[in-house]
Ligand binder design. Sequence first.
Ligand SMILES: *[C@@H]1O[C@H](CO)[C@@H](O)[C@H](O)[C@H]1NC(C)=O
Ligand SMILES: *[C@@H]1O[C@H](CO)[C@@H](O)[C@H](O)[C@H]1NC(C)=O
Ligand SMILES: *[C@@H]1O[C@H](CO)[C@@H](O)[C@H](O)[C@H]1NC(C)=O
Ligand SMILES: *[C@@H]1O[C@H](CO)[C@@H](O)[C@H](O)[C@H]1NC(C)=O
Ligand SMILES: *[C@@H]1O[C@H](CO)[C@@H](O)[C@H](O)[C@H]1NC(C)=O
Ligand SMILES: *[C@@H]1O[C@H](CO)[C@@H](O)[C@H](O)[C@H]1NC(C)=O
Ligand SMILES: *[C@@H]1O[C@H](CO)[C@@H](O)[C@H](O)[C@H]1NC(C)=O
Length: 504
Amino acid sequence: MANFFHYKILAAIIFFAWITTFQTNQFINNNSCRIPDPDPFEADLMKNFNRLSYKPCTLLQPLTYVEYNEYTESYVLYINESVIETYVKIDLEFAVQPDVSLDCCYMSVIRRNENKIEMEECEGFKSSVELPNKLDGFIVRCRLNGKLIYTNGHATVPERVQLRQRLSNWTAAAGGRARPSVLLIGIDTMSRQNLRRAMPDTHRYMEANNWFEMAGYNKVANHTFPNLLPFLTGLNLTSVLKTCNPYLFAGLDKCNFIWQLYSELGYVTAFGEDDVAINTFNYRKHGFWERPVDYYMRPYLMAAEHWLDKTERADYQQCLGYVHTSEHVYNYALEFTRRYRNDSYFGMFWTNTHSHNAILYQSSAMDKYMVEFLQRLVRQGTMEHSVVILLSDHGVRRGGSNQTRLSWLEDRQPMLFIWLPGYLRQQQPELVDALRKNRNRLTNPFDLYMTLKHLLALSGRSTREMYTSAADCAQCQSLLLPVSPTRRCADVAIADHWCTCGKI
Ligand SMILES: *[C@@H]1O[C@H](CO)[C@@H](O)[C@H](O)[C@H]1NC(C)=O
Ligand SMILES: *[C@@H]1O[C@H](CO)[C@@H](O)[C@H](O)[C@H]1NC(C)=O
Ligand SMILES: *[C@@H]1O[C@H](CO)[C@@H](O)[C@H](O)[C@H]1NC(C)=O
Ligand SMILES: *[C@@H]1O[C@H](CO)[C@@H](O)[C@H](O)[C@H]1NC(C)=O
Ligand SMILES: *[C@@H]1O[C@H](CO)[C@@H](O)[C@H](O)[C@H]1NC(C)=O
Ligand SMILES: *[C@@H]1O[C@H](CO)[C@@H](O)[C@H](O)[C@H]1NC(C)=O
Ligand SMILES: *[C@@H]1O[C@H](CO)[C@@H](O)[C@H](O)[C@H]1NC(C)=O
């Protein structure tokens, strides 16, 4: 009896402590929406959290590299002469021979359709060769005394006359003003809580460098595709199935993607996503009939996945050739933004391979890499003129009875961080105020859609578009304007099932 009494008191104390913790940790505190902010480092969860360190895919330097030549406006493919010797040495068969002959050739990748590529004949070259302005990248192979010793891929961002005209027409029309550009970097399955756990350096880097977090960013659907549609089209899945059904042949081409609007207003556009089998627009869907953007990485990655060594390692660091699969996408993002740094661009780059396995610590291996990636963007001047958005679609989804209150919340709270270039912060401090306020407001992917439209209006190239609301969320708005603190899920197309307000 006495034991039972004590048990009840203890339970009451625990319950009280639980409630108090929630109340002090709430980051959205209004009668209309209270989202709790539990400790992402819960002891239970950390027990099985094995922090990984980055492991290079190989210690060998690639035998070839490409460089863009500003004067000839084309890429040059080089053999790195200083590493030939290491390739010779690793194989005794060659090391003892007095003469070694190295024969290299490159094949152009040609996109036939969304699921089919063709390779052109392998063109031999000696120490370097000017690459043709082909859009879809190259596969390079080398033989040493007839034996295949090297296969690698190079994705390029070649110059295109039509495109250059579009860019300069609009730049001229805007009196030389070509800003701001937009760069979206997506990491699949990354909640704001798991970013702190798995990629603490990346999180700290953004905090220390005045990125704006939208801490009340609430997903609106279950999987990747329906959580990306809202910010790419302003539509939800129901509407997309009606107007531009991805399950029908060439269906998706009928969607009005935000990158089309950018393209129509004189921006150059790009999209890249790793792991072609599970690509957002292709997994169990038809993908695009026409190339959806100016620079579309999919054909190159299809070739790379076909020709290059692909290894799935026990510690979840997937390699494709000489680097991790995701690095192909990050490198392409760097090259695209570097090549068009003096122009207006919209680029979206999404990675699956280091995060989508739903193992919470998987991305820890890429934490330092990610910081370096952001620093490389800084060094090449990208942050000076681009709005950079680091985001995800949802958190790890552990359905059923195994869900803790933390994992329930994580599923629904993908990370969203926004970088605003310095000149915009200076010229329009009200944008900074809004982003600060909105940290603790309920927001969603439809708001991000409105933000992307707002950014177009800031370029001076559109005004009207900024005010037409997202078709499936009339009350959603740009995150560069203050969001109402009294917002409720029902106001902004967040179904009760996904709503994080006041649930736990
Ligand atoms: C909720 O927001 C409204 C509008 O800003 C404010 O008047 C009210 O005091 C807030 N309520 C709480 C509990 O913070
Ligand atoms: C060529 O290889 C050397 C290592 O042998 C490396 O230091 C250098 O960065 C490589 N050059 C390029 C342009 O990749
Ligand atoms: C650029 O402007 C020229 C002259 O007005 C026009 O002929 C051309 O079609 C435009 N090109 C593009 C790609 O918009
Ligand atoms: C969401 O997806 C998960 C994993 O595929 C599934 O188990 C769950 O039933 C889905 N939930 C809803 C509401 O569709
Ligand atoms: C951008 O403009 C700067 C200054 O005019 C120039 O030095 C740089 O080479 C240009 N970059 C590119 C990629 O065109
Ligand atoms: C629930 O958790 C247990 C223990 O961690 C695990 O063995 C089981 O597979 C999980 N069930 C589901 C449906 O995730
Ligand atoms: C999509 O939006 C329409 C209203 O625009 C609504 O009727 C429909 O229920 C929404 N579908 C989903 C899956 O939320």
